[in-house]
Design a protein around this ligand. Structure first.
Ligand SMILES: Cc1cc2nc3c(=O)[nH]c(=O)nc-3n(C[C@H](O)[C@H](O)[C@H](O)COP(=O)(O)OP(=O)(O)OC[C@H]3O[C@@H](n4cnc5c(N)ncnc54)[C@H](O)[C@@H]3O)c2cc1C
Length: 417
C-alpha cells in the first residue's frame, strides 16, 4: 500500500489495509472481516484520531445527495460528501446551512464527528445541523440514530469521534438560503478588544479575530453580517479601521485564497468560510491546535496567551479567536457552555510546537480549556476526560454498539477509555 497521509502531511496512517468502497454492502463486508477499523473523511485532522492499526475505509466515492425534502427542510447525503459539494447543491434549490467552518473542503461526517465549528454567538458547532445518521456498526448491521427517535442517545452519538461505526448516511436540517457580506477591520488595539469582547462578538452573525502578536493589537477583525439585517459598515471599530482591500488572515499570503470581503453581498457558502473551495485553505504548511474556553474566562485566558507572545510568535502563523454557542452533545467541547475558541495556526515545526503546547496548556489550565478533538494537543488524558461529565455514558453507548471495540484505535483507547 502506498503511504497515505493526512492533509497537513504530519501524519502517515499506520493501517495495513486501505479501502475506498463504492457500495454500502462492501462496507458491511469489510467491517465484518476487519479486526479493527476506522473511517477517514477528508483527512483534515492533525492528530491520529482517524488512524487504525488494521483497516481504514475512505468514503470519498460515496459523495452523493440521496434525498432532499423541501417540505421538511432536510437533506440526506452519503458519508463521504464534503461541505463544498453539499453547499452548491443546496444553493441551487434555494437552501442553506446555518454555519460553516473556515473551509468548505472538509467532509460533513468527519467535521461533525469532532464537533467542528465556525463562529457566531448564536451558532452552535456543525454537528447541531445533523438530525439522523445511518451507521454500519461493528457486526456489519445498519443502525439508525436520530434526534427524533431517542434524544438522549442522539446527544451521545452526534459527536462520536469515529468510534460508533461507519456513518454511511447523514440527514441534515436546512434553512432558506441567505446572503452574507464580509468586512475586515485592521489593527484593533488589544486594550479595546479587552474592554469590548462581548460587544465585538455580538456585532455580527459570525466574528473572527486574528493576531500574530507582532503588535499590541488584533491584526484583523472579520465580520460576517447577514445582508440586509445588520447595521451598515462602521467607519471604525473601537479604533480599528476598515481594510482597503481583501485580506488573508496570515499576513503576506495572497488574498486570492479567501472569500470575497469589502461588504460585497454573496451567498452564505461563499462568505462564511474564510477560504475558497478551489484554493489552498490557510497556509498549507502548518499544524493547528485549538482550545475551547468557557466564555466567562475568555479574556483572562487571552491575557495569559498575550503574556506568552514572545515564546509563541516565532513559531506561529496566526491565532484566531471565535465564539461558539452551547449544545447538548456529550463529547462536544461546548457541552452546555458557550465557549470562545482560541486557535493556533502553527508553522510546520512539530519539534518546536510540542515544546510550547504543554506550557500553553498549563497556563490555560485555570480556564478549563478543552482541546479540539481534531487538532494537536499534549494534555494528559485524565485532564481531557475531566471536562466530559457524560463520558461514562459515552463509553456505555460504544459498548452497546461495538462490544468488541472494533472501532477503537489508539486515540480512542487513550482519551476515552
Ligand atoms: C485548513 C484547516 C482548517 C480547519 N478549520 C477548522 C474550523 O474552522 N473549525 C474547526 O472546528 N475545525 C477546523 N479544522 C479541523 C477539522 O475541521 C476537523 O479536524 C475535522 O474533523 C476534519 O474533518 P475530515 O472530514 O477531514 O475528517 P478526518 O480528519 O478524516 O476524520 C475526523 C474524524 O471523523 C471520523 N470520520 C470521518 N468520516 C467518517 C464516517 N463517514 N463515519 C465515521 N467516522 C468518520 C474519523 O474516524 C475521525 O474520527 C480545520 C482543519 C484544517 C486542515
Amino acid at each position: 500500500m502506498n503511504q497515505q497521509k493526512n492533509w497537513a502531511g504530519n501524519l502517515i496512517y499506520q493501517a495495513k489495509h486501505w479501502y475506498e468502497p463504492r457500495r454500502v454492502e462492501e462496507i458491511q463486508q469489510l467491517v465484518k472481516e476487519a479486526s479493527h477499523v476506522r473511517v477517514v473523511g477528508s483527512r483534515h485532522s492533525f492528530n491520529d484520531i482517524a488512524d487504525s492499526d488494521d483497516t481504514i475505509l475512505s468514503l470519498g466515492n460515496l459523495n452523493r445527495v440521496l434525498a432532499f425534502d423541501q417540505e421538511k427542510q432536510t437533506v440526506t447525503i452519503e458519508g463521504g460528501m464534503r461541505y463544498g459539494e453539499l453547499s452548491s447543491y443546496l444553493e441551487e434549490r434555494g437552501f442553506a446551512l446555518p454555519n460553516l467552518a473556515s473551509l468548505p473542503h472538509i467532509s460533513v461526517a468527519g467535521a461533525c464527528a469532532t464537533a467542528t465549528h465556525g463562529s457566531g454567538d448564536q451558532n452552535q458547532c456543525l454537528s447541531s445541523s445533523v438530525r439522523a445518521m445511518k451507521v454500519v456498526t461493528a457486526n456489519g448491521e445498519i443502525v439508525e440514530f436520530s434526534q427524533g427517535k431517542n434524544k438522549e442517545e442522539w446527544n451521545g452519538a452526534a459527536v462520536h469521534l469515529g468510534a460508533l461505526g461507519v456513518m454511511i448516511e447523514l440527514t441534515l436540517a436546512v434553512i432558506p438560503s441567505y446572503q452574507v457580506r464580509q468586512y475586515v477591520y485592521e489593527h484593533l488595539p488589544f486594550s479595546q478588544f479587552a474592554g469590548h469582547l462581548d460587544e465585538i462578538f455580538s456585532s455580527a452573525y459570525s466574528v473572527s479575530l486574528f493576531t500574530d502578536w507582532s503588535q499590541e493589537a488584533m491584526n484583523q477583525v472579520w465580520f460576517k453580517q447577514l445582508a440586509g439585517e445588520q447595521p451598515p459598515i462602521r467607519s471604525e471599530l473601537y479604533g480599528a479601521l476598515p481594510a482597503r482591500a481583501n485580506s488573508h488572515p496570515i499576513l503576506g499570503v495572497d488574498s486570492i485564497n479567501c472569500t470575497e470581503q469589502m461588504g460585497v453581498d454573496g451567498p452564505w457558502f461563499d462568505r462564511l468560510p474564510h477560504f475558497r473551495l478551489n484554493f489552498m485553505p490557510s497556509s498549507g504548511s502548518e499544524l493547528q491546535s485549538e482550545y475551547l474556553i468557557p466564555r466567562q474566562y475568555a479574556m483572562e485566558a487571552l491575557q495569559v496567551i498575550r503574556a506568552m507572545r514572545s515564546m509563541i510568535s516565532p513559531i506561529l502563523h496566526v491565532n484566531e479567536i471565535r465564539s461558539v454557542a452551547k449544545d447538548d452533545f456529550w463529547l462536544s467541547p461546548s457541552y452546555q457552555e458557550d465557549v470562545i475558541g482560541l486557535h493556533f495556526t502553527w508553522k510546520d515545526n512539530w519539534e518546536a510546537v510540542q515544546q510550547v503546547l504543554p506550557q500553553i496548556e498549563a497556563a490555560l489550565a485555570p480556564f478549563q480549556a478543552r482541546p479540539h478533538w481534531g487538532k494537536v494537543f499534549t494534555m494528559p488524558k485524565e485532564r481531557v476526560q475531566s471536562f466530559y461529565e457524560k463520558l461514562p455514558s459515552f463509553r456505555q453507548l460504544l459498548a452497546k454498539y461495538d462490544s468488541v471495540g472494533k472501532f477503537r484505535n489508539r486515540f480512542i483507547n487513550h482519551y476515552i477509555f
